[in-house]
Design a protein around this ligand. Structure first.
Ligand SMILES: *Cc1c(COP(=O)(O)O)cnc(C)c1O
Length: 227
């Protein structure tokens, strides 16, 4: 049953790639498995999925221990500094860095285990008061500050677009964050690259891909509704 969902999502991704004249390999599908049981993750693993996204440190930790170790775990939720120590050994990529203080703590914990952690800067592109993330204006400055830390590397930007029934409404936001990432890349900041653009969820991932997403985070479309 999850195989059917995956087939549909995969078809949509391919369609969006071809609309945009992009190669399928330029987009990574992250299966957002928050609240879902390990058995369902296993089912998608058996279909070939190797990237999973979780938004809570505790849940991510528990699941990593129960599933094969070739999975790349993505921390996509708001991260508190006191949880960093737990997530740093497990996460392949942290999508949600939005303060220097958080980056500093990731740096300290990563240094302790001799890792260099790739991170994304979370941008609140629509300036919604309900959301975490830095403003578009502050993103560049945060990238410059984080660049000085030895044990993490800024690899791009992440955004959560507004909830909407009509994905076209988010197209201008996706376009805007793509422009921001191009602008930051042009600065050639040491240790900062802008190769990753993590944007697009079940409701709008096709539009996000058309506007340059390199990672889409799909939960409901793969696993069904969360209750
Ligand atoms: C839950 C979540 C998603 C997936 O949302 P769906 O609408 O179920 O696809 C993507 N990104 C983040 C940050 C999330 O918390």
């Amino acid at each position: 049953m999850l195989a059917d969902n995956l087939k549909q999502v995969e078809e949509n991704i391919q369609k969006a790639c071809s609309n945009a004249g992009r190669k399928r390999e330029s987009v990574t599908l992250i299966a957002v498995s928050k609240t879902k049981p390990v058995s369902m993750l296993s089912e998608l693993y058996d279909c070939g999925i190797r990237n999973f996204g979780e938004n809570k440190v505790q849940e991510l930790s528990e699941k990593t221990d129960q599933l094969p170790n070739d999975i790349r775990w993505h921390m996509i939720g708001h991260l508190q500094r006191n949880k960093v120590k737990q997530v740093v050994p497990k996460a392949a990529l942290i999508h949600s860095v939005d303060t220097y203080r958080l980056a500093e703590e990731i740096n300290i914990q990563a240094k302790k285990i001799n890792r260099v952690i790739p991170v994304l800067i979370e941008v609140n592109i629509a300036a919604e008061t309900s959301k975490f993330g830095v403003s578009a204006l502050d993103a560049r400055q945060l990238a410059e500050e984080i660049a000085k830390l030895d044990n993490l590397r800024v690899r791009g930007l992440m955004t959560i677009a507004p909830y909407t029934q009509n994905p076209e409404e988010n197209r201008p936001y996706f376009r805007k964050i793509k422009e921001l990432s191009v602008d930051i890349a042009k600065e050639n900041i040491d240790n900062v690259s802008m190769g990753i653009l993590s944007m697009g969820m079940t409701g709008d991932y096709m539009v996000a891909i058309e506007e340059g997403a390199t990672m889409v985070r799909v939960g409901t479309g793969l696993f069904g509704a969360r209750y």
